[in-house]
Write a new protein. Structure first.
Length: 190
């Protein structure tokens, strides 16, 4: 089973992906985390990525596309991936489809977490005090939300057409959201 989970910053993608990974023995592929790792490693690419992340914009489709291909091409993860934070625009959604086809895989479900801007601000500030992410300021949270809104509409339409899209109320508690997601996954597993 391959899953896509997306939503605005602070929607709980990471938290919910972690829970899904444990419950269904999948592998989490968080493009945000992979990019932050690149930054930590201090590579030339990492320095470029750092300034993009801290501007609240998206890193290039090519860079992120290469990161996800590494995982899709790895037999150990075949049909066991949860894409957390990818795709974020139509080009990425199309690229993901092409790569899935190339490696003889498919998506089984696409989860969209809905959360409003006020909740996002609250969650991001709470997370900042725990994780200390440089891009978790209120100003950048709003910018990242706007970047999300600007790019995501065609992605939603894309997955609506494939009938894979399921919308989840991301305002509820972690346990409630997780319960709803498990119900959706179990229903497609049959
Ligand atoms: P996240 O951890 O998902 O909140 O991502 C943090 C930041 O990493 C984003 O604000 C983007 O700058 C970058 N990023 C993460 N995933 C992607 C993606 N799929 N495409 C482009 N940039 C991304």
């Amino acid at each position: 089973m391959n899953i896509v989970i997306f939503g605005p910053p602070g929607a709980g993608k990471g938290t919910q992906s972690n829970l899904i990974v444990k419950k269904y023995n999948l592998h989490q592929l968080s493009t945000g985390e992979l990019l932050r790792k690149e930054v930590q490693d201090g590579t030339i690419l990492g320095k470029e990525i750092d300034s993009i992340i801290n501007s609240g914009n998206l890193v290039s489709d090519k860079v992120v596309g290469e990161l996800i291909e590494k995982y899709l091409s790895n037999e150990n993860f075949k049909n066991r991936l949860i894409f957390d934070g990818y795709p974020r625009n139509l080009t990425q959604a199309e690229n993901l489809n092409n790569l899935l086809e190339k490696y003889d895989q498919r998506l089984n479900i696409v989860l969209k977490l809905n959360v409003n801007l006020n909740t996002i601000k609250e969650r991001i500030l709470a997370r900042k005090s725990m994780e200390g992410r440089a891009d978790d300021t209120e100003k950048l949270a709003v910018k990242r939300y706007m970047t999300y809104e600007k790019n995501i509409k065609p992605v939603i339409d894309f997955y609506k057409k494939t009938k894979l899209l399921k919308v989840v109320n991301g305002e509820a508690s972690v346990a409630e959201i997780s319960g709803e997601i498990s119900g959706l996954i179990n229903s497609i597993k049959g």
